[in-house]
Ligand binder design. Structure first.
Ligand code: NAD
Length: 489
């Protein structure tokens, strides 16, 4: 890899290693394959459940000293980390593109968000952390936010940098230490880039441990007595299992899960803009985003035109290796995901959907696909596809649109496109969702917003902005008297 020329990201640093109390050799190594070519990109250590126990113990031991560091020193570490990402963005872009199979602008979004999240974390260190409460007997009564202890972060392969750092940075800023388990497909983007950045920014040893590993490592984190909270981002199926396991040890759990997001296009919408929104929402990063536009509900007056425009776009979007060509779509993460996407498309066609574009693949490259005449009950209507598939459903009244929008257990992101914002807002008020975009598609995030879903999209927890205090700290009630009182006993 070219970025071996960049000392900051030289593969020798992490080859066969874990970031467990610094860079140390692992008992097993794991080759990371490039999704576009199938060739070996790099080699990392693979953690075991025993490594989790060791990392959690060390992280717990480091927490008291971390939180006791002067606030200026802690804030400076986050600011320096942000500067390092800006300085190293060229090399990091190469790693993100090749490891996640994304186009360079998506890597740019990850880096830009990471910088924003780190700067927010720097600010969090000096934000007020409590309230003064009225109390009896002249005592001082405070409610203050205190860290949980050790936060375990488990993240997925699709936007690995953002989805790891959005929990790592505020978790640390709130005074916790962190054990991070990136997805085994993306341990560099989701883990080791962050380890390198914090290492150079001067984060004290053991405050962050990074353990690439599979589900067994995630499960060990959920059960570990030294880990007080789990921040999980991934599929709903794995999230249910994480919730169950962490519940046994009564950990706090934040679950950010899957989505089947609706884009509702009303009859007064500008069809050109609506089709552009639909294409962006459905195809960005090959549809491998929790907020991907999973179902396009178009009023029957505009559905035909929107489908035509969308089909034209799908047929013209270039697909290929984003590391070597200028393309709009790169590969899916692996052949298993590609086969799953293809089976959903094929089954939906058998169930009566019409294929207007795409529906085929070469290697891990799946063509942007348009399915029309989609109905409830078809797989492409019911399931999160995690591939570049736009499913168009036509409706004839707002009541029908609301009914169709609500036929899902997910509730992450909703877009409504209409010439009337009040009409769009009134319709959206009837559809439960964590994120709502009037006159936009469903994919959006910013460093300081409370991000999260409802229903099968999450357990109500949020990442970002004010939500970070709710997630990464808990209330402590403190009373202070001049001297101890005498009681009747
Ligand atoms: P996944 O659930 O298979 O894996 C996610 C992470 O969980 C990985 O690190 C994995 O190793 C780990 N894991 C898997 N099973 C586990 C278990 N039983 N216990 C503990 N850890 C376990 O998800 P994925 O396929 O990598 O990612 C795609 C999914 O993530 C999609 O459903 C997508 O919608 C969702 N996602 C949600 C958000 C959000 O913020 N809501 C963001 C991105 C992705």
């Amino acid at each position: 890899m070219g970025s071996n020329d960049i000392p900051f990201l030289n593969t020798g640093i992490w080859n066969g290693k874990l970031f467990l109390s610094g860079w140390n050799a692992a008992s097993a190594a794991h080759e990371i394959l490039e999704p576009a070519t199938g060739s070996v990109l790099t080699r990392v250590g693979m953690a075991t459940p025993a490594d989790v126990a060791e990392a959690a113990k060390r992280a717990r031991a480091a927490q008291a000293a971390w939180v006791a560091l002067p606030y200026e020193q802690r804030a400076a570490i986050f600011r320096k980390a942000a500067v390092i990402i800006e300085r190293e963005s060229e090399g990091m872009t190469q790693w993100i593109v090749r490891e996640t199979g994304c186009i360079p602008p998506k890597a740019g979004v990850e880096l830009h968000m990471a910088v924003g999240i780190l700067n927010e974390a720097a600010g969090m260190v000096t934000q007020p952390s409590g309230l003064v409460l009225p109390s009896d007997g002249g005592r001082i009564s405070l409610a203050r936010r205190v860290p949980h202890g050790v936060v375990g972060v488990i993240s997925p392969f699709n936007f690995p940098l953002i989805l790891s750092i959005r929990a790592v940075a505020p978790g640390l800023a709130a005074g916790n230490t962190v054990v991070l388990k990136p997805d085994p497909h993306t341990p560099i983007t989701g883990g080791y880039l962050i380890a390198r950045v914090f290492e150079e920014a001067g984060l004290p040893k053991d405050c962050l441990q990074v353990l690439p590993g599979g589900a067994d490592v995630g499960q060990a984190m959920c059960a570990d007595p030294n880990i007080a909270m789990i921040s999980f981002t991934g599929s709903t199926a794995a999230g249910r299992s994480v919730g169950e396991l962490a519940g046994k040890t009564l950990k706090k759990v934040t679950l950010e899960l899957g989505g089947k997001n609706r884009l509702v296009i009303l009859d007064d919408a500008d069809v050109d803009l609506a089709a552009s929104c639909a294409a962006w929402g459905a195809y960005l990063h090959q549809g491998q985003i929790c907020m991907t536009t999973g179902v396009i509900l178009a009023h029957e007056k505009v559905a035909k035109k929107v489908t035509e425009l969308l089909t034209e776009k799908a047929n013209h979007l270039p697909v290929g290796d984003p590391a070597t060509q200028q393309v709009a779509l790169g590969p899916l993460i692996n052949a298993r995901q590609r086969d799953r996407v293809h089976s959903i498309v094929q089954d939906s066609i058998k169930q009566g959907a019409k294929l207007a574009a795409g529906g085929s693949y070469e290697g891990n490259f799946y063509k942007p696909t348009v399915l029309t005449g989609v109905q409830p009950g078809m797989r492409c209507f019911e399931e999160e596809v995690f591939g570049p598939v736009a499913s168009v459903v036509s409706f004839s009244s707002e009541d029908e649109a609301v009914g169709l929008a609500n036929r899902t257990e997910y509730g992450l992101s909703l877009g409504v496109i209409s010439a009337s914002t009040s009409r769009a807002l009134a319709l959206a008020a009837r559809i439960p969702t964590g994120l709502l975009h009037i006159n936009d598609q469903t994919v959006a995030d910013e460093p300081h917003i409370p991000f999260g879903g409802r229903g099968a999209s999450g357990n109500g927890g949020r990442h970002g902005g004010p939500a970070n205090w709710e997630e990464f700290t808990q209330w402590q009630w403190v009373t202070i008297k001049d001297s101890a009182p005498r009681y009747p006993f």
